[in-house]
Design a protein around this ligand. Structure first.
Ligand SMILES: N[C@@H](CCC(=O)N[C@@H](CS)C(=O)NCC(=O)O)C(=O)O
Length: 208
């Protein structure tokens, strides 16, 4: 298997964490769709990463679908079957939405000041803050969000909260200390610790 995508992309990190949790071997091609001469648009017409080339010649894009594919390869399952499936996918939708909002805020903030829309930045920040409050309320005070073991729910929310710290650092912890404690537990997993993107490790090491 070959995974395409740069290390700082949270969507690429989602797949890297899943591959590590499932103990699957792969080759990583750290190309960005913005690198000159990159191969991404030839593999994914949307020109986005992550893209996964399977060993049998298939190509999958969109991190959620790639995880569905990887999960079909064997245990441990990240997306349970039965009653827990939808609650897990709901957490995945929340985590992905947080990342989408942080990326939109970041891109708007990178526009020249005269072209920037402060109300758009504010709207994205409100989405993130509401989603964190929702997560804090829904979290059960246990090690895992759903069921009794690590699932895509934990992967998606842990990834999203670490990405908030990386690209939209603000003090959400003092308002949501229980969620902060939950994240501290998830962040120590090997799959999280070993996939920290360059630049993010300094932020995660600093006192929050
Ligand atoms: N929904 C997609 C989002 C992927 C995405 O937006 N990737 C970004 C990198 S963080 C990208 O490739 N952007 C390039 C572009 O939009 O041109 C997924 O989950 O895979």
């Amino acid at each position: 298997m070959k995974l395409y995508g740069h290390l700082t992309s949270p969507y690429v990190r989602k797949v890297r964490i899943a591959l590590r949790e499932k103990n699957l071997r792969f080759t990583h091609v750290p190309e960005s769709p913005h690198d000159p001469g990159n191969h991404i648009a030839g593999l994914n017409p949307l020109g986005k990463v992550p893209v996964l080339e399977t060993g049998d010649g298939r190509v999958f894009f969109d991190s959620g679908l790639i995880i569905e594919y990887l999960d079909g390869l064997g245990a441990p399952r990240l997306i349970p079957e039965g009653d827990l499936r939808l609650p897990v996918l709901q957490w995945h939708a929340l985590g992905s939405g947080i990342i989408d909002a942080v990326v939109a805020r970041l891109l708007e903030g990178r526009r020249p000041p005269a072209q920037r829309a402060p109300e758009l930045i504010e709207a994205q920040e409100q989405k993130v803050q509401r989603a964190i409050a929702w997560a804090d309320k829904a979290e059960r005070g246990r090690a895992y969000l759903i069921g009794e073991r690590f699932t895509l729910a934990d992967l998606a929310l842990g990834l999203a909260l670490e990405y908030v710290d990386f690209r939209y650092p603000h003090d959400w912890r003092s308002r949501h200390p229980r969620l902060a404690q939950w994240l501290a537990g998830i962040s120590t997993r090997g799959s999280f610790a070993e996939t920290v993107p360059p630049g993010m490790e300094k932020i995660l090491d600093s006192p929050h």
